[in-house]
Design a protein. Structure first.
Ligand SMILES: [Zn+2]
Length: 252
């Protein structure tokens, strides 16, 4: 029997992971030191600060329609999130802002620069879902807790907090997790998980032109490998149907 057991263990492991890739597990975050209502209040404060600093308080008609389009995508993801937060999009029209980030309490900032690189709504949903997971998975709460542990701040004093503190990367493990769990979220909302691969490959393709002497960043290629593994593991190969991105023009 011991011989059989020795043979059996690797066989079981092989069956559990046929692709040879370890299924990611949720990274641990510092335990939430704030209640949902305190996080929502802090988020509202930071969102007002962001809108003011970035000139979004009185948006143009074009920007208002862009925000509404992206909000519609966030609303279609909302029924499938764990935390029931007021998921709110803030659209920043700066063309050099090729990214997004998450503020406490459900606020998602999306830059025009990353939208300009997209051809499907599914890619926009993928980026919004990634940012939602930063909040839904407790990473943003963890960052608040880390800041509170290091510095004696008041959660209710807006002068002690800056929105930029939430724009920094959460590190490879957490960023990868937001793609991994975000893919599950977009699939539930009937978007294609392949959109993660296509938007990441867009960054790799741009890199070959903009920085031809540099290899593709490992942070990006690892995320491409991860989504490919996840698609195979979840049998999502056929979920390739996408809808074109429908960025509005103000005179439509
Ligand atoms: Zn992220």
């Amino acid at each position: 029997m011991p011989r059989l057991a020795l043979v059996g263990v690797p066989l079981l492991l092989a069956l559990a992971a046929p692709l040879g890739a370890q299924e990611p597990t949720a990274p641990g975050n510092t335990a939430a030191a704030v209640s949902d209502s305190a996080e929502i209040a802090l988020g509202a404060m930071l969102a007002r600060q962001f809108d003011r600093d970035r000139g979004l308080v009185n948006p143009t008609e074009q920007n208002r329609r862009m925000q509404a389009y992206l909000q519609g995508i966030a609303d279609s993801l909302a029924p499938y999130t764990r935390r029931k937060l007021p998921w709110t999009i803030h659209y920043d029209s700066h063309p050099g802002f090729r990214s997004g980030f998450a503020l406490p309490g459900g606020h998602i900032v999306i830059g025009a620069g990353i939208l300009a690189l997209m051809n499907t709504e599914d890619q926009a949903a993928a980026v919004i879902a990634h940012e939602i997971i930063h909040i839904d998975g407790g990473q943003v709460q963890g960052r608040i807790a880390d800041i509170l542990a290091k510095e004696h701040r008041s959660l209710t004093d807006s002068t002690q907090w800056r929105w930029g503190e939430f724009g920094r990367s959460y590190g490879a493990a957490r960023e990868n997790w937001c793609d991994y769990d975000g893919a599950k979220l977009v699939v539930r909302a009937h978007y294609s998980p392949h959109a993660y691969e296509s938007i990441l490959k867009t960054f790799v393709a741009l890199g070959t032109v903009w920085t031809p002497d540099k290899p593709a960043p490992k942070a990006i290629t690892d995320r491409i490998t991860q989504i490919r593994d996840e698609i195979a593991r979840e049998h999502w190969e056929k979920l390739t149907k996408t809808r074109p991105i429908a960025l509005p023009y103000s005179n439509d």
